[in-house]
Design a protein around this ligand. Structure first.
Ligand SMILES: Nc1ncnc2c1ncn2[C@@H]1O[C@H](COP(=O)(O)OP(=O)(O)OP(=O)(O)O)[C@@H](O)[C@H]1O
Length: 770
């Protein structure tokens, strides 16, 4: 591209930057004013709270006034935070105002228009768009269209225009570093440069280089079940995050970030992706791991985590596996639905509601209440009616208790501040006389005291879900995958573990479903979108429970069936069949991503060579060193090699990870290394990635990436058969620029002669196949 053209573009960048600078100054002033105002109101608020409360009228008036002031403060704070967000956006734009330009002509408008596309929109004083937000309807042309006639979806329907030019920019610190004209979705040059960079603690946004098939995922607003099967490094996680940013923009009047929930594979991952949405000017969605979600709903019980389960997977018997399969299937959940629907009062495990060590509502009383409702009602409806009836009874007992001596004593001894707090929200005219006010205060005191009884009713704590689940299992006959005796011993195991407050992961979703479905609770109707990353790690039973728990959400599921850990790899078709049979949706869509962007060409080519269907995977053309395999004679030699390797890689790359099979191996490697080189051992509870070389069990590294990966001990002993193909594939594909493998003795058969002949790697010791 000629220099003159670049000069003209730089001039435009300069003009936009000048306007942005003015805008930043104005917004800063506005922000300072807003900040002062908030401070002023807050100060007067705290002066007001110190007025005296001796007179009844004063007390109530003060309370009403304080309510008003609280409202004002919260409005001002909100305004301040909007201005702060705007300031941040303008400052970010100033560094890099845009990354794309499209020249278009509309059919009825002969003069071409130049539109510039960036991470947020920016208008000048006359309302003219100097930058279009990448999520604006017209910006989709940038990602989708090749030159010529193109169409895009706008609020008023499909629009068609002619795309005359597409230009890409790399602008750093207000200066154009590179620019290209292209006819492709987003040309290779920019992508090469983005992917060639070294990794840091946080994932980056990819809005400047979104690829066409990723754009389909990001901009889909029709599907209520969107399933993305994407190979390792194909941008699934990136696509979800940009999709969330897109949805927040597209439905900005009706959708808030906290109505979106993402189930992420582990806590490190949550931290890793935490900067993407803020870098696009959006708030983060809610994020939770499945284990956290379960723990929250089964308080007081220690639910086995997926990670704990991985650790013992090797030791399980065939029977254990069969039973697990039984409980993970959709049919098991269907059986629970049928069981709950048919429950009668005498089959329900009611329990007493206690207060202060004494029975407040006995289980017999609760059962009688339950039994008075028509048999034809659904079990959950009977539960709701029972709850309402119990709450009525509780209220009657509260009213009676207000006359008790202890209550009168408390009121007489109460200090002004507490009295005032109990009156919060009340106005002067709300009470006829002082005794009405005293009754109100007494009621507050008793209600507070009996809060735990109310909570017990509200949370359905008058039924024992564990006993009920046990009863369900007892009557559950003819398991498909296990014999009657095996099933019986499973029942004993469940109750035995429960004594120690433990529940296995396979039981968690069925148990929760039984509890919630039976009582009609545990549903969140405010959540509008649900995302699951690494969907291959979820069982159908778990997905069904989530479907029950979030009934109003649209679903986006992303995963890679090849990255299944510690079990044999399932084909995408099998995975999909499982999903399709448990989701009854109107608009479902499957998108496959076959191109892998994360790793260099040699690494992807090698990684895919170990998969049975690896040839479908397309490696992005990015140069790099060949993966290296070091085969040693014994453990000592391996540790020596590893120590050398760690120091060497550390000097070359920002992030280096030694990926191992499990915690035991991680501990052993750490023991050997930590006195010689700077290494950190990562555990399940860790939320952030420390600097230096990391030793990580593979299940904690899911979804993450590192400049350099050292795959520890990929020997036959450690990875004996194809059950581990997914595990090794996941390890290899965490590497962006460098992959080194160490094998203590004979190499795993997963790296077969065939796989070696279809890819190129550097081997420092002959592999012996016999
Ligand atoms: N269009 C793109 N432009 C720039 N970088 C991209 C693009 N698509 C993917 N990448 C990069 O490729 C890497 C892999 O992306 P991501 O983690 O989203 O893939 P994934 O499919 O979730 O991977 P995995 O399943 O292996 O965890 C990231 O570094 C991401 O930034």
């Amino acid at each position: 591209m000629d220099n003159n053209e670049k000069k003209i573009e730089q001039q435009r960048v300069d003009e936009v930057v000048t306007k942005l600078t003015d805008k930043i100054d104005d917004t800063q002033k506005e922000y300072d004013r807003a900040h002062d105002e908030t401070k002023r109101v807050q100060q007067s608020y705290s002066t007001n709270t110190s007025v005296n409360y001796f007179e009844v009228d004063d007390r109530i008036e003060t309370s009403a006034e304080l309510q008003q002031q609280r409202g004002l403060v919260s409005r001002l704070t909100e305004n301040e935070s909007i201005l702060k967000d705007q300031l941040d956006t303008y400052k970010q734009l100033k560094k890099s105002p845009y990354f794309g330009r499209i020249d278009i002509t509309e059919d009825d408008e002969p003069t071409p228009e130049k539109l510039y596309i960036g991470t947020a929109s920016f208008q000048d004083k006359n309302g003219e768009f100097l930058i279009y937000d990448w999520r604006a309807p017209i910006s989709s042309i940038y990602y989708n269209g090749t030159l010529g006639k193109v169409s895009y979806e706008a609020p008023m329907g499909t629009q068609t225009v002619t795309l005359n030019k597409k230009r890409q920019f790399q602008i750093n610190d207000s200066e154009i570093k590179n620019m290209f004209d292209t006819n492709e979705t987003v040309g290779d040059e920019l992508l090469q440069s983005a992917l060639g960079e070294q990794n840091d603690e946080y994932m980056q946004n990819i809005v400047a280089t979104i690829q066409r098939e990723q754009n389909d995922i990001i901009r889909d607003t029709r599907s209520d079940l969107l399933v993305v099967q994407g190979v390792a490094g194909s941008g699934k996680t990136s696509a979800i995050l940009q999709r969330i940013a897109f949805l927040l923009y597209h439905s900005r009047d009706t959708l808030e970030a906290d109505q979106i929930i993402l189930f992420s594979p582990n806590r490190l991952f949550s931290h890793y992706i935490s900067e993407v949405l803020p870098s696009l000017g959006e708030r983060n969605m809610r994020q939770v791991t499945f284990a956290e979600f379960i723990d929250n709903r089964l308080k007081g019980i220690n639910v086995q985590s997926l990670f704990e389960r991985y650790e013992i997977d090797d030791t399980l018997s065939k029977t254990d596996m069969n039973i697990r399969q039984e409980k993970e299937a959709g049919e098991y959940m269907n059986a629970i639905t049928d069981y709950c629907d048919a429950l009668t009062a005498d089959k329900i495990a009611f329990s007493n509601i206690n207060f202060n060590g004494e029975i407040f509502f006995s289980k017999e009383e609760i059962k009688r209440v339950f039994n008075q409702f028509p048999a034809a009602l659904k079990t959950a409806d009977k539960f709701t009616k029972t709850k309402n009836a119990l709450i009525k009874r509780l209220k009657r007992r509260i009213d009676k208790e207000t006359q008790a001596d202890w209550v009168n004593e408390q009121i007489d001894e109460m200090n002004d501040e507490r009295y005032h707090n109990l009156l919060a929200g009340k106005r002067l005219n709300d009470f006829q006389d002082e005794s009405a006010e005293r009754f109100y205060i007494a009621k507050q005191i008793v209600t507070n005291r009996l809060q735990s009884v109310y909570d017990a009713i509200f949370n359905n704590n008058f039924v024992d879900p564990y006993v009920q689940y046990d009863a369900f299992m007892k009557q559950y006959t003819a398991p498909v995958h296990a014999s009657t005796e095996e099933w019986q011993s499973e029942l004993n195991k469940f109750m035995h573990k429960l004594e120690f407050h433990q529940v296995e992961l396979d039981d968690a979703a069925p148990l929760l479903y039984l509890r919630d479905y039976m009582c009609g609770g545990g549903q969140n109707n405010t959540m509008k979108y649900l995302f699951i990353d690494e969907m291959q790690d979820y069982t159908v039973a778990q997905l069904k429970y989530l479907k029950y728990a979030f009934p109003q959400t649209k679903w986006t599921l992303l995963g890679d069936s090849e990255q299944t850990l510690f079990k044999s790899v399932e084909t995408p078709k099998q995975l999909l069949d499982r999903l399709n049979s448990s989701f009854e949706t109107k608009h479902s869509r499957l998108i496959s991503l076959l191109k892998s962007y994360r790793s260099t060409y040699p690494i992807t080519t090698f990684a895919k060579s170990i998969l049975p269907n690896g040839s479908d995977i397309e490696a992005f053309q990015r140069d790099g060193d060949l993966p290296e395999l070091i085969v040693t004679n014994d453990l000592k030699e391996s540790y020596d090699q590893l120590t050398k390797l760690v120091s060497d890689q550390q000097s070359k790359y920002g992030t280096v990870a030694v990926l191992v099979k499990n915690v035991e191996e991680a501990n052993q490697v750490y023991e050997q290394l930590h006195s010689k080189v700077d290494v950190s051992l990562l555990k399940d509870a860790d939320r952030t990635l420390p600097k230096g070389v990391l030793i990580i069990p593979i299940y904690l590294a899911k979804g993450l990436e590192f400049d350099s990966v050292i795959a520890w001990d990929i020997s036959e002993k450690n990875y004996p058969n194809s059950n581990y193909t997914g595990t090794l594939y996941t390890i290899f594909t965490r590497a962006m620029h460098s992959l080194t493998m160490i094998s203590v003795g004979k190499v795993t058969p997963i790296i077969s002669q065939d796989s070696l002949s279809s890819s190129e790697i550097k081997i420092d010791h002959t592999i012996n196949y016999d």
